[in-house]
Design a protein around this ligand. Structure first.
Ligand SMILES: [Zn+2]
Ligand SMILES: [Zn+2]
Length: 221
């Protein structure tokens, strides 16, 4: 049995100040075995966390890409997946990357909403629990969508700060290797338990974003 969290950010996202070193340390402390590390339009955090983690914890690098139609996560991205959602998914499919729809029905963020239907056939997973969804109905809608369309469900803390790591555990009966993990996702044998991030974390995100906008030094550049 392994524990996974498929959605964590680092300071390569403008709204987070989490050092990949602190991320890895906290994830190990929380007994996570596998973490998906994604930043907004950057694969740098995922690659840095993977390098830092070594064999201590498995890091799946990716990015949360902002498109005109909403955000989409691609794991194993080379950082060059740009365009509209169909173009991104088509290329990701050809290159065996993993396509994951984060918080698809959270209207408070730039989510896919009904645009998800255009890429339904490409999705490897839908995020049916995201700790940063303020309204539980957004997660409920995502779960319903995944069930109705037989798309695998995954959970993510969407952690921007170390305190949020441990908010989600995807319990999977598989080996700690990528082949076994992907197989387990495909078979939809995952038990997701999660709790919401407190509202103070959202406020902190805006504070970090604001501070970095007006700071001469930007960590992500
Ligand atoms: Zn997002
Ligand atoms: Zn995110």
């Amino acid at each position: 049995m392994i524990n996974a969290d498929f959605h964590i950010h680092t300071f390569f996202s403008k709204c987070s100040n989490m050092d990949p070193k602190d991320l890895v340390k906290k994830a190990i402390f929380e007994n996570l075995d596998v973490i998906g590390v994604v930043d907004h339009d950057s694969i740098k955090g995922g690659l840095a966390a993977k390098r830092i983690a070594g064999k201590r914890i498995m890091v799946i690098p990716g990015e949360e890409i902002d498109t005109a139609e909403g955000e989409i996560i691609v794991f194993f991205s080379d950082g060059k997946y740009r365009g509209n959602i169909v173009e991104i998914c088509e290329r990701a499919k050809q290159e065996n990357a993993f396509i994951f729809a984060p918080h698809p029905f959270d209207f408070l963020r730039h989510s896919l909403g009904s645009n998800i239907n255009a890429i339904k056939g490409y999705l490897n997973a839908v995020e049916t629990f995201n700790s940063r969804c303020m309204f539980s109905s957004a997660n409920g809608k995502a779960k319903k969508y995944a069930d109705e369309n037989s798309i695998p469900a995954l959970g993510g803390s969407d952690a921007h700060f170390p305190e949020e790591i441990g908010n989600v555990f995807c319990k999977m009966s598989c080996e700690k290797n990528i082949g076994s993990i992907l197989e387990s996702i495909k078979k939809r044998k995952i038990e997701i338990t999660g709790r919401k991030s407190p509202i103070t974390m959202h406020a902190r995100t805006h504070f970090v974003k604001f501070n970095r906008k007006f700071s001469r030094f930007s960590l992500s550049e």
